[in-house]
Design a protein around this ligand. Structure first.
Ligand SMILES: Nc1c(NC[C@H](O)[C@H](O)[C@H](O)CO)[nH]c(=O)[nH]c1=O
Ligand SMILES: CC(=O)[C@@H](O)COP(=O)(O)O
Length: 175
């Protein structure tokens, strides 16, 4: 059977994040996993794209359901202060339990994050893992024993810099 490289192919363009202002909103549900994902995203942005640590605002909320509201409010507040965020990342970890809770929160969070992004015209990276068990969550945060483990926060950091830089260009008429 033919195989292919899974995941996102790195962009051929090099982005400079040195003037980007980034908002990270993360949950405190499943915090050990969330913490690793936040670290992966921030480390990637600062080390690989020169995003200044002081230009990354990190805010927390309780669970993934709270992410869209917090992101929307914080983006609006940053605009009022004329210190607009160029991009945001919402980070959370949903793990399927025994009721329908997971499905409702996953749907609300994903739809809400998309709506907050389109309405605010600020790109918001979807950094919410929707896992069927603990092992899936650990693997996707670069934790645990699996050989295939990979910290998705790294991809979200790259995506954030790319979208922040591209949106700045697009808003200046540079296509
Ligand atoms: N079960 C998980 C939740 N649930 C909490 C909700 O997100 C929310 O905080 C509560 O319903 C109050 O509005 N959140 C996660 O992020 N991950 C979960 O696995
Ligand atoms: C927070 C709840 O509503 C909780 O009862 C959800 O349970 P589960 O995660 O087992 O579906």
């Amino acid at each position: 059977m033919a195989s292919f490289t899974k995941g996102v192919t790195p962009s051929t363009e090099k982005y400079d994040g040195s003037s980007l202002r980034v908002l990270i909103v993360h949950t405190r549900w499943n915090y050990e996993v969330v913490e690793a994902l936040v670290h992966g995203a921030t480390e990637t942005m600062t080390s690989d794209y020169n995003v200044k640590p002081e230009n990354i605002s990190i805010q927390s909320v309780s669970g993934s359901y709270e992410l869209p509201f917090a992101a929307q409010q914080l983006i609006a507040a940053s605009k009022m202060r004329s210190q607009s965020f160029d991009v945001a990342i919402c980070i959370g970890v949903l793990i399927k339990g025994s009721t329908m809770h997971f499905e409702y929160i996953a749907e609300a969070a994903s739809q809400g994050i998309m709506r907050a992004s389109l309405d605010s015209r600020v790109p918001i990276v979807f950094g919410v893992l929707t896992c069927l068990n603990d092992e899936q969550a650990l693997e996707r945060a670069g934790l645990g024993d699996k050989k295939s483990k990979h910290n998705h926060g790294i991809d979200w950091g790259r995506c954030a810099v790319e979208m922040g830089a591209k949106n700045r260009n697009w808003m200046s008429g540079i296509i």
